[in-house]
Design a protein around this ligand. Sequence first.
Ligand code: SF4
Length: 477
Amino acid sequence: MQHTSEHFLQNSRIALSDAQLKPVLGAVSTFLPALRQAAIDQTPEFESLRDYAVAMKDHVLDHLETYLTDFERAVQTRGGAVHHAAGPDDLNRIVLALCAQAGARKVIKGKSMVGEETNLNDALQGAGIEVLETDLGEYIIQQAGEPPSHIIGPALHKSKAQVAELFRQKHDLGERDLGDVPQMVREARHMLRQGFLEADAGITGANALVVENGAIMLVTNEGNGDLCSTLPRLHIVIAGIEKLVPTMEDASALHRVLCRSATGQITSAYTTFYNGPRRGEEPDGPTAFHVILLDNGRRAMRAGKYRSMLRCIRCGACLNHCPVYRHVGGHAYGWVYPGPMGSVLTPLMTGLERAPELPNACTSCGRCEETCPMRIPLPEHLRQLRDDAATAGITPREWRWGIGAAMAAFRSPWLYRLSSGIARSALAFLGKHPDLTRRVPLLRGWVEGRSLPAPEAETFMSRWQRRQQGKSGEHRL
Ligand code: SF4
């Protein structure tokens, strides 16, 4: 995926002026939180499930290397193989080598954020391998040539009319109609079916990797992941190293937290555990099974102050509750991961200098932390990243000057009184002259969509002093 996260402000302006996007995002940010809340209301033990999941993930992170070794052994015992990829290029290279070894020319894919991280589709197509995304949302954006805009609903930014128009352009429809959503789903299924039957290899992600038996937990609502895993002769699983859970019981707890937080479901339509290739007596399944574990900055994260980000289960709840995401959508964030979790993960995975604006894409309302099932302190991480950016000299010079001036004023009462007095007079003047305000460089962004209110005639301090003087006058009488 092309990296544009250094231009978050520019991308946001484009998104804010997109009249089609606004109602779609408004609907997403309303119905997904409502579904989540309804599911949680039916689960009195939800808070204790969260505590369990957080403690379990922290335990895995404490013993990550041991669990990685045990998982690898468990997969090998069941006839599979585990590969380790330090970065995106390593993962893509391993996938290409496995495809070459199996003579695979046609690949079907289930939804995988790791595949987006490594830009796997481009690597496969560059090697002359045909790739077909089989998750409906991923299929739509593959046809549109766009990146995903939401981690659980890649095409949530598209309206029904846009999808119908896209299919009309890309498909040879013949007699088939696209009048309603079921017809559009049938149309996508019609196109995907042949792809499933012809594929040489299937690539899927994983929602959890179970150490005790080497199983891969795959959670979907369309069943496409299961077809990718069972029909082709080669199954490749790609996942981040943080996906490990010690036992099936832990996977089950994580599954309960994930489904409720992501889509407000008590359980997903399909949840499957795979371990290893087809065994001798089995009638179907792949003949080769490979798991590729990606680091891509995760070990560095684990060693530092952003360790809790590795608890993330990619449920998307923080996106659905974020006022910034609600207005600008996922593409504004410019990389694989949008919303609050993306504003933390993107700088950590691609470098803060490549995403300097993202840690500031936050109103500090705290809703992301409240809703995150894994209790990740997202606002705190965003503050830490701003601090890191200032320390590294990445923060733009004007911002540093502004913050330096504010700090000097906060430290000195007389300077604070002087500067707030000047600011109050200036705001009183500008509040009465909105046209002029729109021409002031530092204020332009704030007043583009709203008017600047003129301050009260008297400050709180002067009122307070007047009241105190009145009281002491009363005592003297
Ligand atoms: S940060 Fe939390 S809420 Fe956001 S995707 Fe990850 S687990 Fe879900």
